[in-house]
Design a protein around this ligand. Structure first.
Ligand SMILES: Nc1nc2c(ncn2[C@@H]2O[C@H](COP(=O)(O)OP(=O)(O)OP(=O)(O)O)[C@@H](O)[C@H]2O)c(=O)[nH]1
Ligand SMILES: [Mg+2]
Length: 498
């Protein structure tokens, strides 16, 4: 009997419920692959890691190059199973880059992989969906392969088969296609694909991750949990005790900490100020500027030191790791405060970079935003707070409003007023400055009515600016960790506040 060309299972005509079943032994695909491809119907298969370990051992007996595929969004806690069983040369491929925020740099992602303590021949970041970096990938495969055969291994759902399909499509006359799907254990056995006379790529079934949320879910739910495109992170500043409910999958109890949630944007994520009842199992975690990973669901970047309670279904693995993403798009403004001489060089670099961006902005003959200059015009928060408190006190005293309403109004308008007042001051300064530089444009025509629009423009520019400066921010954060943690403060205001 032949193997199914979609999943590798041995074709059989006897047992409908078992893998590899097909009505007609002449078929190239089993019934399950046919249904996944033509009707998007998923059938879960329960596999054991033991089978996979046998495959690893077999690979270990060869000299063949191994490509280890890791899902950038759903990385593993460790890779001990692979480390213990494979001594071949390994090329590391981190895939699904398209899901990470655009500002995430490949280099940073690859450096992060050092934590696995495996000596890779080389490392590369790709995206099969965006066909990103495949020429380079093929170059590396050709450079490091010792024989014609190259094995592709990794955890289930990492994107191994999708990557191989892209290689076939890009570089081969072969028209075969391996079955891929959102369900774990899509590939069931080895599948050898001839790319050209010099190269065969061998797909393998994926390892199962312990305690993954994937295990308990059907195809429909997996589609909601697994992000398909760039995730837009959600930021929360938690004051006191608050609760964040992540759809029906998790509840998190937080206290005095800032968090940024990196999860699929199709999930319903809500913040509550009162305790929510849950039948889920509690896990307590001490956090010191780390990520919390909920296996399969995503991760939460925690900025601060605190104790956190995570409630999930029994058996789901929840653990901490060092921050994976240093910068998120939701940050509107940030100011850098540096005192130390050792950081002067870096400061120079920022100013240069900033000037370069300013040059580009000037080219457009427009009033735009400069984060470093804006810093000088930032309104002092205590001043605004004091003013508003005074007005509120008057309102409460004159019985116009009650205390709670006043407090809520205060909290909701304070950040907006602070930023707006600062922007107005900054805007005025910019107008004068640019009027001198560009006498031919009559900046006075930007009157009060238009100011709103211009401020919006400035925000747009500031998003781009912060994105550019985000990469510098990475470096700053690293220096901050290694040197003195108090030397740099990063001030953030989130877009949501507006
Ligand atoms: N966004 C995004 N999704 C991807 C990418 N590559 C694969 N996927 C998706 O990830 C899921 C799993 O892909 P597969 O190629 O079947 O994964 P696999 O590693 O072969 O999984 P098993 O065969 O179960 O071991 C599918 O829903 C793919 O569409 C990518 O580059 N970007
Ligand atoms: Mg597969």
């Amino acid at each position: 009997m032949n193997n199914c060309r979609g999943c590798g299972a041995i074709l059989q005509t006897e047992k409908i419920e078992q893998i590899g079943y097909t009505k007609n032994p002449e078929n190239k695909l089993c019934e399950r692959c046919f249904r996944i491809r033509n009707y998007g119907e998923y059938k879960t298969i329960v596999k054991e890691n033991e089978e996979f370990i046998q495959i690893l051992k077999k690979i270990n007996d060869t000299k063949d190059l191994v490509i280890l595929v890791i899902d950038a969004f759903n990385m593993n806690k460790d890779l001990n199973l692979i480390k213990d069983n494979i001594k071949n040369d390994i090329l590391l491929v981190v895939t699904k880059k398209d899901i990470l925020p655009k500002t995430t740099k490949d280099e940073k992602v690859l450096n992060y992989m050092e934590k696995y303590k495996i000596k890779f021949k080389d490392k590369i970041v790709i995206s099969s969906n965006k066909n990103y970096n495949f020429d380079k990938l093929l170059e590396l495969i050709n450079k490091y392969k010792k024989t014609k055969n190259v094995y592709v291994i990794g955890y289930t759902n990492a994107g191994k088969s999708t990557m191989i399909n892209k290689i076939i499509y890009n570089y081969s006359d072969n028209t075969e296609e391996i079955t891929t799907s959102i369900l774990p254990s899509t590939t069931l056995n080895e599948i050898k694909i001839k790319i050209n006379d010099e190269l065969n790529i061998i797909d393998t079934p994926g390892l199962l991750s312990n305690g993954s949320i994937y295990d308990n879910l059907d195809g429909k739910e997996l589609k909601r949990i697994i992000p398909k495109k760039e995730i837009k992170p959600l930021s929360y500043q938690i004051k006191g005790k608050q609760y964040i409910q992540i759809d029906k999958y998790a509840l998190i109890e937080l206290e005095n900490i800032n968090v940024i949630i990196y999860m699929s944007n199709t999930l319903n994520i809500n913040r509550y100020y009162k305790k929510i009842d849950t039948s889920f199992e509690e896990q307590q975690i001490k956090i010191n500027n780390e990520d919390i990973v909920i296996n399969g669901l995503g991760f939460i970047k925690c900025i601060g030191v605190s104790k956190i309670k995570v409630y999930t279904q029994k058996g789901i693995s929840v653990y901490t790791r060092k921050h994976f993403i240093w910068y998120n798009r939701n940050i509107d403004f940030w100011g850098i405060y540096m005192e130390n001489n050792e950081l002067l060089e870096l400061k120079q670099y920022i100013i240069q970079k900033n000037n370069h961006i300013l040059e580009q902005i000037k080219e457009k003959n427009n009033i735009r935003f400069n984060a470093l200059e804006y810093k000088k015009y930032k309104t002092n928060i205590p001043t605004v707070f004091g003013t508003i408190t005074f007005i509120s006190a008057l309102l409460v005293a004159s019985k116009t409003l009650d205390y709670t309403t006043t407090k809520n109004i205060l909290i909701s308008i304070l950040p907006a007023i602070t930023v707006r007042t600062s922007l107005k001051k900054y805007f005025k300064y910019q107008r004068n400055k640019y009027q001198n530089q560009y006498p031919e444009i009559n900046l006075e025509t930007y009157n009060v009515e238009e100011e709103g629009k211009i401020i919006t423009d400035m925000f747009e520019e500031s998003f781009r600016l912060t994105e550019e400066l985000g990469s510098i921010n990475n470096e700053l954060n690293q220096i901050k960790n290694e040197e003195n943690p108090n030397q740099i403060k990063v001030m953030t205001l989130t877009r949501k506040k507006w």
